[in-house]
Design a protein. Sequence first.
Length: 327
Amino acid sequence: MRRRWSRLALVLVLVVVAALLRAGDANPAMAQTQRIGAWRADVLPPMDGFAPDWQSVVPIFIPTTSQLVTPPMGGGAVERVAVRALHWEDRLYLMLEWADNTADTSSFRSEDFADAAAVQFPAEAASTVPAICMGQADQAVNIWQWRADAEDASRSLLEDDYVDMYQFTDDLYFPAREAGNPVATGGSGATNLLAGGFGTLEATDGGGLEGHGNYRDGRWAVVFSRAMASPGEMQPVFDGEASMDVALAVWDGSQDERNGIKSVSAFTQLTITPEDPPRRAVPAIGDWPAYSPSSPMVLVASAFVVIALIGLAGAWMYWRRVQNGRV
């Protein structure tokens, strides 16, 4: 009878622990095994990150910090990025969303810097991840970068403004475009880049990479899209057979972030899955984030309660064993 009560107490503690974790919407293993799931889409994902098809997908929140690996160091204006990923037929779609009080879409003056975002993958599969900033000589990286000023080609121009693109293209020859200058290519706001260490960043063929960003209600939503098959050398394939390491970076232009001054994440993993995405009924617009992660204070308080309950249960069971003369 006493053994039954001991077992019942243990079960009660486990139930209370599970209830607290559920109330806090916490996954105890998430901090160690956080992954970005690229879920199967039922329809073609839109390039507008504020569309309901994107906003209803439960995001993964990736923390970011200032870049402190190599000069110029600094940044950190953005503390976290909400990430969602889908795949449709033969293409991968990756959406980044973050809070930003201002939309910095131009870099006309030397003191102006545009908002931007990037995702970084190892150029080739390896057992270890490359260096977080630009990879290294024996482990190159493929970077997809989106810039707000590269996409905003329809902005209003003042009489004495200088521009990097033409608003008409009939019967014109573009030397910079012929030379492969990524700024002169126009079109998508995303640029396909390769790097094998500090100071080696260079543009490569677009490889069908697309990128589009929208700003609304104090936040950016940027969608990247590329074929899952590798479009060229040193560009990863997303075949679903293995997880792919991925890191993020975000620049806040109004905070003078540019080049190495940025918010960066550690490497996490992207997993292609045939399953449908987990969804929540959330609005396409409104306060960001529409789905918020658990409050750290709630989780800390829950942890103390759990530890206290386990301690009390253990003490009670030990006392019962002493009473029965088993200790």
